[in-house]
Design a protein. Structure first.
Length: 289
């Protein structure tokens, strides 16, 4: 079996096509599949070393490159879920802030990092009150060091302003960077790219503020089967809804997406599925894809 893919911005979605969509504050993601059940998954994992080929019943061994590829794909799915979680709970209001907690030394123990962050959050609630929700994400650096990104919001929507000096008293391990989120249209996309892309001098595919970045270049730094983010109990994932595309447009009043992509899937050069992805951002006034 030979699978191949093509991508374009030429949407083929029709008004009567069934879609699934996730509304996350001002961000809405839409997906449609021409064929819902195409049975593309031909292998089933048995354990970390073995899988079974469903078409033949053969049990096979993962090789090293398989494991690396599998881990990268798993990480991409994890960061996709994280992106949705961020967008469903943070939208750049005055009650939200993004903290980056770093270490003075080259701290390479992720267990210590999580322990230190847990202590920080307990001190935060003791000093500043319990009406806060958070998502914390750990990030590796190329030199092996770890630090933490912490999204915090005040649950009652009061303006969140805590001076740097006060936060520094409860994070004594290194520096603290405080970033507001009100100038970012898609916080989940912005931060998940930050967590996965890496600065480089070569082989780059985007430039920000005259710095070169390799897309996905940081993924290989994350250990396998490691929990990359945690959150408080009232942080909720988005609900997945279904409707026809016509019903969706009527109910939301949306027409033109901020981003769109069409993926065609071929098996032995025969088209077996067609997937449309659309992203709407009601903070933007977009005329076309």
């Amino acid at each position: 079996m030979s699978l191949s893919f093509t991508a374009s911005n030429d949407l083929t979605i029709q008004d009567n096509d069934l879609i699934s969509y996730k509304k996350m504050n001002h961000i809405i993601d839409v997906k449609s599949c021409k064929f819902q059940n195409n049975n593309l998954n031909k292998i089933k994992k048995i354990n970390k070393n073995e899988y079974v080929d469903i078409t033949t019943g053969q049990i096979k061994q993962y090789n090293l490159s398989d494991k690396k590829s599998e881990n990268i794909e798993s990480l991409k799915k994890t960061f996709s879920r994280l992106r949705d979680l961020i967008n469903n709970n943070f939208q750049g209001l005055e009650n939200e802030v993004h903290l980056v907690l770093t270490y003075k030394e080259n701290m390479q123990c992720n267990k210590r990092l999580y322990s230190d962050v847990d202590i920080f959050l307990k001190k935060w609630k003791y000093w500043f009150g319990k009406n806060y929700e958070y998502i914390n994400v750990i990030e590796p650096q190329g030199r092996g060091a770890w630090h933490c990104h912490l999204l915090i919001k005040e649950s009652n929507y009061n303006k969140l302003y805590i001076p740097w000096q006060k936060i520094k008293k409860i994070w004594t391990h290194g520096n603290i960077h405080i970033n507001k989120l009100n100038n970012i249209d898609n916080i989940g996309m912005y931060l998940s790219a930050y967590f996965t892309d890496i600065e480089t001098n070569v082989d780059f595919n985007k430039t920000v503020n005259n710095k070169r970045y390799k897309k996905g270049g940081r993924l290989h730094l994350y250990p396998k089967d490691m929990k990359l983010y945690r959150h408080s109990k009232n942080i909720k994932p988005p609900e997945i809804c279904k409707a026809t595309f016509k019903e969706f447009k009527k109910n939301t009043g949306l027409e033109q997406p901020a981003f769109c992509k069409n993926i065609k899937v071929y098996k032995d050069n025969k088209l077996i599925n067609e997937i449309n992805y659309l992203n709407y951002n009601t903070k933007k006034n977009i005329d076309n894809c």
